[in-house]
Design a binder for this molecule. Structure first.
Ligand code: 0X9
Ligand code: ZN
Length: 304
């Protein structure tokens, strides 16, 4: 039984994607972008008023299996979009002029594993050669200085980067979809937890991104909007310095593909519960995060 204020299993989320597309045919459609290693279909929701060529923002949740608040946010976003379109002025304006591609769970196999066998599982569930260790870190598997910093080449490690960039079916499906839609995708958002940070490129180098100052300003304003609701404190800045250097991460890759507005969120909390954020925090976390995402979306619409 699906509920926005509870963590939902993959089967429940999958059924929900079908239902919401059916209920709001003028606003939501469901696209299958590929299959996971364990052959589950990867569902993407296109959200926005149907009309000709529109700028779009791609947002994914659940690259890392155990970060359950992340898929909860993607579901919340779609709920807010469908329930407030035509009522809330900002939402109506955004959905009339923008499309959102929302991938509610990127790493589905890992998410299922975190529900059934190991709550703190992070990677996907693909096999590796010459070892019993399972899985690749999908946020080390993109083609952005792949395999260089903040990764491991040991398949038994949590940050194993895979055998090559896009070696994983899940990475390949997302990267292919984004490449095929690059003409319209102006913003990229990837939702993680935890630590309350809003990050932007680069993670793989200390070089400044060409529009660093602009990204910094947008991030500052987004964080300010977020904290206006409950006072939640966020850090913001370059991912390599604010969190730690990583290569093969999705936001750096999207940025280097030409998506000038690329951000990574690390949602609540700052470590009290960590990945085990209680369900009672879903609603406040999603409500405040909406403000930051809406701010970025408005900016992208007006500046991209
Ligand atoms: O290590 C990661 O992949 C992210 N942190 S998490 O705790 N959610 O695993 C941070 C990635 C930071 N780097 C980039 N966003 N490039
Ligand atoms: Zn993560």
């Amino acid at each position: 039984r699906h509920c926005y204020t509870k963590y939902n299993s993959w089967d429940t989320i999958a059924a929900w994607t079908a239902r919401i597309a059916k209920k709001y045919p003028k606003l939501v459609s469901r696209i299958e972008i590929g299959n996971t290693f364990e052959q589950r279909p990867m569902y993407l929701l296109q959200v926005g008023k149907v009309s000709g060529r529109k700028k779009t923002i791609f947002m994914d949740c659940g690259i890392h299996a155990r970060e359950w608040i992340s898929p909860a946010f993607c579901q919340w976003f779609v709920k807010q979009a469908t329930r407030t379109y035509g009522k809330d002025k900002t939402m109506t304006y955004l959905l009339d002029n923008l499309n959102f591609y929302v991938l509610p769970v990127f790493n589905i196999d890992g998410y299922v594993w975190s529900w059934t066998k190991d709550r703190l599982w992070r990677k996907n569930r693909s096999n590796n050669s010459n070892t019993d260790c399972i899985g690749t870190d999908l946020n080390r598997n993109f083609n952005a200085a792949w395999g260089t910093v903040g990764v491991s080449d040991d398949p038994c490690d949590e940050i194993y980067c895979g055998t090559a960039a896009e070696s994983e079916k899940e990475t390949k499906a997302v990267a292919t979809f984004i490449r095929e839609n690059l003409h319209s995708i102006k913003g990229y958002l990837t939702i993680h937890s935890y630590s309350q940070m809003l990050l932007f490129p680069y993670g793989y180098t200390s070089r400044k991104a060409p529009n660093h100052d602009e990204l910094n300003k947008v991030a500052e304003e987004a964080v300010e909007a977020l904290s206006s609701m409950y006072g939640t404190k966020y850090k913001y800045g370059v991912s390599a310095t604010i969190i730690y250097p990583t290569s093969g991460s999705s936001d750096d890759w999207a940025y280097d593909e030409g998506i000038k507005y690329s951000f990574g969120f690390e949602l609540r909390d700052r470590g009290k519960y960590g990945f085990l954020l209680p369900q009672s925090k879903i609603k406040p976390t999603c409500k405040e995060t909406m403000l930051a995402v809406m701010h970025i979306a408005k900016y992208v619409l007006n500046h991209a």
